[in-house]
Structures are given as C-alpha cells and as structure tokens.
Ligand binder design. Structure first.
Ligand code: NAI
Length: 326
C-alpha cells in the first residue's frame, strides 16, 4: 500500500464535515487503494464536535485511515496536505451586511491561504465549500502566491448535480442519460444552470423541454434548491454537499474522460469571464488538471444570465479588494 495522503478538512465539526469525513475514510475521495491521514481544523468552539467525530472515525475501523488529528491551528492542519477541503466559514447572521460577511470570511480564508502557501504539499488541491465559496477561494488563492491559482477551486458541483437531477426527474430518465449540463457563474442564486448544450440519451435537451419551463421553473428551482432544502429539512444541505465535494475531488484526481461537469475554477478569460475570477464553467479534468471546455456557442438567453452572475462575482471581488483582502 502507498504512503498515506494527507487530507485537511476545515469546519470538520459541522454538519457537512460529519457527512464528508466517513466517506473520505472509506476511500471514496481518493480511491480504494489510497490510504489517507485526516487533519481536522476547527475553531475552539467546534473542537469538541470535531474530536467526537474523530472518535467515531476510529470506531469505523477503516482500513485506509492512517490517523486523525484535530487542531485549531491552520498550519498544523495543512502541514503536508495534498487535499484541503475548506468547509468552515462564517455564516451570515441576522442584520449582517454583505460587506461584513465578506470581511469576516476574508479573516478566515486569507490566513488559511497563507498557511497553505507555507506548509502544504507541492501537489496541493484546494476545494472551497464554505460560502461565499467563489470569493473565499479567490481570497485564499491571493494569499498563496507560491501555489498556482488553478489549484484553488470552489464548489458548484452540488448545483451541477441538482441541475442534472431536476432534468432527469422532469423527463423520467436516469441521471446517466444526461450529459453536457453546465452551471455558470457564482455559487449563489444568480448561478445559471444551462441546458443549451445538454443531451438526454443523445438528443438535445432543448428539444424535450419548453422554454417557459426552463425559464420559469427549472432555472429558479435549481438556483434556489438550497432554500428549498432548508424549508423542508429544517437545516441546510449537508450530505448532498459532502457528496458533491467527493465528486469534485474524485473527478479532479481521476479525470473525467470526455464527460463534462461544472466547477468554479480560475478564469483564463474564456466566455468573457474576467481573467482571475473564480467562476463556474463547463470543465473536464485531464491529467489531473481542470480544463475549461472551449468553443461553445453562447446564445443571447445564456449570455444575459452568465453576465449577471459574473457581475455579482466582480462586485464581490471589488468589495473584498476595497476591504484590503486581496
Ligand atoms: P456548520 O455550521 O454545520 O459547520 C461549519 C463549521 O465550521 C462549524 O463547526 C464551525 O465551528 C466551523 N468553522 C467556522 N469558522 C472556522 C474556521 N475559521 N476554521 C475552521 N472551522 C471553522 O455548516 P455546514 O452546514 O457544515 O456548512 C459549511 C459551509 O458550507 C457553510 O458556509 C455553507 O454555507 C457552505 N455550503 C456550501 C455549499 C456549496 O455548494 N458550495 C453547499 C452547502 C453548504
């Protein structure tokens, strides 16, 4: 068996952490032949929950799990890490303005980026889950000048999975019949789930659904699914978010072949998204790197929606820049 890979998970005492860690320990993140060492990072108030989860991980007797450390020190958590799942974030509380939220999260993701820069492994891959995920990833990357920007990603895979699942449910087909769905932009209600390149058993999805359903039901349903889960479940998506994080990293490491998925990656200027923003695109993973799928035709309906979500990302970037966080 190979040398254990260090996987750091922040916010490990939270609900996504609880759904995520056992799947990592069982080999679903990096594969059935790769032993892992887990490092759980929490703030002091969350250490008890993380330590309790560590005890349960031990009780799982996972053959691939070569140790669990719990800490509130980012440098200890990220030391030698090849994968960092940045889940812990400051939630928006009542009366909090957007600038306050961005500033509070800048105070988390700036120092975490700097710590990753100093102590993580050379092959580090970062997935930011904690919201506002795209901008938190941008802040972390800006504080890690020695780590290539392409290694910092933010999670829109849950949105992508929701977009696939909602189309499958509408048409009564299995999810594996669907290809080419795209989520563009920000992981927020402004995101654009795009079916204009999607196929269902090889047929264009746009031939199978009508425009009114697309504009009035499908797009808002996917974009607001998080709120629907909170309304029904009484708390926010956790297991589906953890599952999407597993999908994202597994595809990144193993490759996607010709299949596309969606991930928020650093823009190279493709599709008019300003260079340097971390925005969701159609992507393939090739040789361990995300590649933005090129050459797609963007119609006027899509252009307007992509631009609106990207404008929100630009506004977030400008706000954190004004706060001195970039
Ligand atoms: P939670 O509140 O159950 O857990 C968050 C944990 O993070 C808490 O235990 C807290 O103590 C910890 N934490 C806070 N600041 C930290 C720091 N500086 N370092 C380490 N740990 C810290 O929240 P939950 O449900 O696990 O969600 C986590 C984040 O994921 C939230 O920001 C949520 O909005 C986001 N999310 C993102 C999704 C996406 O698709 N990108 C989907 C679902 C949730």
């Amino acid at each position: 068996m190979s040398t254990p890979v260090t996987v750091a998970v922040t916010g490990a005492g939270g609900q996504i952490g609880y759904a995520l860690l056992f799947r990592i320990a069982s080999g679903q993140l990096l594969g059935p032949d790769v032993p892992v060492r887990l490092r759980l990072l929490e703030i002091p108030a969350g250490l008890g929950a993380a330590e309790g989860t560590a005890l349960e991980l031990q009780d799982g007797a996972f053959p691939l799990l070569h140790g669990v450390d719990v800490t509130d020190d980012p440098r200890a958590a990220f030391d030698g890490a090849s994968v960092a799942l940045l889940v812990g974030a400051r939630p928006r509380t009542a009366g909090m303005e957007r600038a306050d939220l961005l500033e509070a999260n800048g105070g988390i993701f700036g120092p975490q980026g700097a710590a990753l820069n100093d102590v993580a492994a050379d092959d580090l891959r970062v997935l930011v889950v904690g919201n506002p995920a795209n901008t938190n990833a941008l802040i972390a990357s800006a504080h890690a000048p020695d780590i290539p920007a392409e290694r910092f990603t933010a999670m829109t895979r849950l949105d992508h999975n929701r977009a696939v699942a909602q189309l499958a449910a509408k048409l009564g087909v299995p999810v594996h019949a669907i290809e080419g769905v795209i989520v563009w932009g920000n992981h927020s209600a402004s995101q654009y789930p795009d079916l204009s390149h999607a196929t269902v058993n090889g047929r264009p999805a746009t031939e199978l659904v009508d425009e009114d359903w697309l504009a009035d039901e499908y797009i808002p349903r996917v974009a607001k699914r998080g709120a629907e889960i909170i309304a029904v479940r009484g708390s926010s998506s956790a297991a589906s978010a953890a599952s999407a994080a597993i999908d994202h990293v597994r595809d990144w490491v193993d490759g996607t072949g010709d299949r596309w998925t969606s991930a928020a990656v650093v823009s190279d200027g493709s599709y008019g998204v300003p260079e340097g923003l971390i925005s969701s695109f159609p992507v393939r993973s090739v040789d361990g790197r995300w590649e933005i799928v090129q050459g797609l035709t963007i119609d006027a309906f899509s252009r307007e929606r992509i631009d609106a979500s990207v404008a929100e990302l630009v506004a977030e970037r400008d706000a954190v820049r004004a706060l001195g966080l970039l």
